[in-house]
Design a protein around this ligand. Structure first.
Ligand code: GLP
Length: 242
């Protein structure tokens, strides 16, 4: 694992953005997996700023989000579809045919999961997977306890996120909320992985994931086993590392 500690918050977002831009420039038909959250939102803004200053060709770039909230409208501002659309796809001018996402609503999420994997595989698999980390070590919607061999699946949401999404979308308790997420196995099949984490609230889980035992109890610890994984941190998130 390569660990990069940025000197400042600004350098942190810039470094994350540079990894995405470098991938897109080096391989014009790259398949880039993205993730949502506050951390990646600001990384994506830095990607857009770089693209504006130094435009590069994205006509053959494919992007997707590693997970999607289920049983809400796709138009809800907090759906991964809307966030990636607004943060990256529209500003960079990525073709809608090259933006792969599972639906937010379906009668058969297991079938949607297979289809999502298939669409990514048809484009040659994932060149770069960017991701954030949950304070409990989750990757995408793979909560602690998810087996490492899990493929794309329909998972439960953590309680805090569920409460927020119910409030924002006025979804009643009778409708189950979840997340369709790439599984740990899919994530590990990415050719390159970059995980970004900033702020003191991520420091404990970063230390556990990077230096603790490799265990499904801390999903992100599996990244210790990936041959090409970089973790980009700000000084606050790195404070418990040796
Ligand atoms: C959500 C997403 C994850 C993301 C996490 C971190 O749970 N499903 O993919 O890693 O948020 O979010 P933040 O960057 O806001 O801490």
């Amino acid at each position: 694992m390569k660990i990069t500690v940025a000197k400042s918050e600004m350098e942190f977002f810039q470094t994350g953005a540079e990894r995405i831009v470098t991938q897109m420039i080096q391989k014009r038909d790259s398949v880039v997996g993205l993730a949502t959250g506050r951390t990646t939102r600001d990384v994506h803004a830095a990607v857009c700023a770089l693209h504006q200053q130094h435009p590069f060709d994205v006509s053959r770039i494919t992007v997707f989000a590693m997970d999607e909230v289920t049983n809400v409208s796709r138009d809800y501002a907090g759906s991964c579809y809307s966030m990636i659309l607004n943060q990256i796809v529209t500003p960079l001018g990525i073709a809608s045919a090259n933006f792969i996402m599972p639906p937010t609503r379906s009668h058969d999420f297991a079938a949607e999961a297979r289809l999502f994997e298939q669409r990514i595989a048809e484009r040659g698999g994932v060149d770069l997977q960017m991701m954030g980390i949950g304070e409990n070590g989750h990757l995408g919607f793979n909560q602690p306890g998810t087996p490492f061999e899990s493929a794309c699946w329909h998972s439960l949401m953590d309680r805090d996120l569920e409460v927020r999404i119910r409030r924002e979308t006025q979804t009643p308790d009778s409708v189950g909320l979840g997340g369709l997420t790439l599984g740990i196995k899919n994530i590990m099949q990415s050719r390159k992985i970059v995980l970004v984490a900033n702020g003191p609230h991520k420091a404990r889980i970063i230390a556990a994931a990077l230096n603790g035992p490799v265990t499904p109890d801390v999903p992100a610890s599996v990244l210790q086993l990936h041959p090409d994984c970089e973790v980009i941190l700000d000084p606050a998130a790195a404070q418990y590392l040796p």
